[in-house]
Design a protein around this ligand. Structure first.
Ligand code: ADP
Length: 336
């Protein structure tokens, strides 16, 4: 199933939540909708689900215009942030529910629900009530319920945000595995850039109801097309150098010609190097981050920025050093 959004807009009174959005989600891919809170991710997902009707524009599922189709007729599976399980029903009944709505005979529904529960490894919990499950187990029930009808599209709205950090990592890998095994076109809403980059085929970065960039995780990381994308993607974030003078640019990267059109320069912390000369900085903070050392340095004009150094390199707190960058690792943003 390919999903095509054509010029869709969603206006709530005076808020334009989604603004003339155009997007094609390729068949069988996992695509993340990523962006800060309030940028229109959930509204976009709800329009694809049929829970909201766009005020303008059209939605196509494999060429068929489904803009006016009700949610039940779209053959989608959806997982919400709070899982939305029925508290009075057992796990088995919860998973069978969408099939019951479709009037699938009970025996058949039970068989399919058990199969779905096996896929997410909760087939030993079928008699429990949701309140007797951990957060991660509830999440699995929600996923089993979403896939039991063998939907054409899987929609996930911040599905991992209620889980602790460790479980979030393992559940996202499981979601990716299930998605690839079923080869199901999947949309995954998240505000967590690391999560989006780690599991997606493509990332849709949104900002104020519009698409800022549609790209693969590698592309969006190494070639952000706007300052917004450059600052949003990466942890720690990309260093942004504003109002760079000719002398400062020469110090940072001697081979790059200066131009008055340069608005700012972006350099990731892993791309700055300590050298014998370059831009003069003072070290303010030295932190161990996993196998690397992250240092925060201060510069008279650019204030504070960060870079990674090899863990064996001795860095003196308050020491003065020089930093440089390779030209291919530097992003130049021109004035508008
Ligand atoms: P996100 O999922 O990226 O956090 P949303 O899609 O939930 O963002 O919201 C986008 C914008 O639309 C926000 O400004 C939000 O306040 C507004 N909004 C969302 N739903 C409604 C609604 N039902 N009524 C009015 N405004 C809404």
């Amino acid at each position: 199933m390919t999903i095509h959004l054509k010029n869709i807009t969603m206006q709530f009174k005076d808020t334009v939540a989604v603004n003339r959005l155009n997007l094609t989600i390729p068949e069988g891919e996992l695509v993340s909708l990523l962006g800060p809170s309030g940028c229109g991710k959930s509204t976009t997902l709800f329009m694809i689900a049929g829970l909201l009707t766009p005020t303008e524009g059209e939605i196509y599922f494999s060429g068929e215009n489904v803009t006016k189709k009700s949610p039940e007729k779209r053959n989608i599976g959806m997982v919400f942030q709070n899982y939305a399980l029925y508290p009075h029903m057992s796990v088995l009944k919860n998973i069978m529910f969408p099939l019951k709505m479709q009037k699938v005979p009970s025996n058949e529904a039970k068989k399919r629900a058990i199969e779905a529960s096996k896929l997410v490894e909760i087939d030993h919990l079928l008699d429990r009530k949701p309140s007797e499950l951990s957060g991660g187990q509830q999440q699995r029930v929600a996923i089993a319920r979403a896939i039991v009808r063998e939907p054409d599209v899987l929609l996930l709205d911040e599905p991992l945000s209620n889980l602790d950090a460790k479980l979030r990592l393992s559940m996202r890998e499981e979601i990716r595995e299930i998605q690839q095994r079923l080869n199901i076109t999947t949309l995954f809403v998240t505000h967590d850039q690391e999560e989006a980059l780690s599991i997606s085929d493509h990332v849709v970065l949104m900002n104020q109801g519009k698409i800022e960039q549609f790209a693969t995780p590698t592309e969006i990381y190494s070639e952000p097309t706007s300052l917004f994308a450059a600052e949003f993607i990466g942890s720690p974030p990309m260093n942004i150098f504003k109002d760079v003078s000719e002398a400062q640019l020469k110090a940072l990267c001697p081979n790059v010609p200066f131009s008055n059109e340069i608005a700012s320069i972006g350099i990731r912390p892993e791309d700055l190097l300590i050298k014998d000369d370059g831009l003069k900085v003072t070290v303010k903070l030295v932190e161990t981050v996993g196998k690397d050392t992250l240092i925060t340095v201060e510069h008279d004009h650019f204030k504070r920025f960060k870079l990674f150094v090899h863990k064996d390199e001795y860095i003196e707190q308050n020491g003065e050093y020089y930093v440089q960058v390779n030209p291919e690792n530097m992003l130049i943003f021109d004035k508008e």
